[in-house]
Design a protein around this ligand. Structure first.
Ligand SMILES: [Zn+2]
Length: 279
């Protein structure tokens, strides 16, 4: 009996040691400024904020894992950088602005689009797929329902602009029906979080020093909506949206992860931008 207890203790201790000695397999993450969405009226995102304007930040996230590079979201199209007044979409509600093309940011980091072997986007709206066509060398990770909507006969019905990502039609794809551990070590995990779009997803990244973070995609757009768990009226499915926010909240409670809200007008300002990185 005593022997058994000692053995168990030894196993627990050695188990702990192997966890803390485990090498950091996410080596770094670059948070890239991928433009700005100037919103005239927030009614589309929350009836409580109808009539108010906002400037949504817009980011791409480049992760260097020991097994390769993964890009999460591709931002506003680099073509917008040449438009002095930006590009107005959604019937005037929103103007996209881009100061620095993603291609330039990658060059500054020292990574070519062809070096990126793994591409995942939270969803296929224009401000997340703007530069998708640059990454034809990458394997694509998408929820099957999002893939079928994006590459099916009527992408516009889902609010997608097929020209943004047309070149990915030939890409190798891992079609998902739920969560997916990209590198098999639990450090970069895609979590299905439908509602904003039919197959929206978020990304859990375990950083060695900063700790775990959830990259929100558009499961929420800004802090006030998160705090009140408000579902934007323009979302694809309101019930699923609420369930996905609860899923993220539970994931955060379970893992201690922080939520990095891609579009929040304030939160992203405090996060160092590429070519700096977080670890
Ligand atoms: Zn968005």
């Amino acid at each position: 009996m005593m022997m058994k207890k000692l053995l168990l203790l030894a196993l627990l201790v050695s188990g702990c040691a192997s966890v803390s000695d485990r090498p950091a397999t996410v080596e770094r993450m670059y948070v890239i400024d991928c433009g700005e969405n100037r919103v005239k009226d927030l009614a589309r995102w929350s009836t409580a904020d109808a009539g108010k304007g906002a400037v949504f930040l817009n980011h791409c996230y480049l992760i260097k894992h020991a097994k390769g590079w993964l890009l999460w979201d591709t931002g506003i199209s680099d073509t917008v950088a040449a438009m002095p007044n930006g590009m107005t979409v959604l019937g005037g509600v929103l103007t996209q602005v881009l100061r620095k093309p993603l291609a330039d940011s990658l060059q500054e980091i020292g990574v070519a689009p062809a070096d990126i072997q793994h591409l995942a986007m939270s969803h296929m709206h224009g401000d997340h797929t703007g530069n998708a066509n640059l990454f034809t060398a990458a394997t694509l990770y998408m929820q099957a329902v999002e893939y079928d909507a994006a590459f099916g006969p009527e992408p516009q019905k889902f609010g997608f602009q097929a020209a943004n990502y047309a070149k990915l039609r030939a890409s190798p794809v891992v079609k998902l029906a739920g969560d997916h551990d990209v590198f098999g070590d639990g450090t970069v995990v895609i979590k299905s979080a439908p509602g904003h779009t039919i197959g929206h997803q978020v990304l859990l990244v375990r950083l060695a020093q900063a700790g775990p973070v959830v990259l929100s995609g558009d499961v929420v757009h800004y802090a006030a909506n998160w705090n009140a768990k408000r579902v934007p009226p323009a979302n694809f499915n309101a019930d699923q949206s609420a369930i996905s926010m609860r899923m993220v909240e539970q994931l955060m409670a379970r893992t201690g992860a922080k939520l990095w809200i891609n579009h929040d007008p304030e939160q992203g300002k405090a996060i160092p931008k590429a070519p700096a990185y977080v670890q």
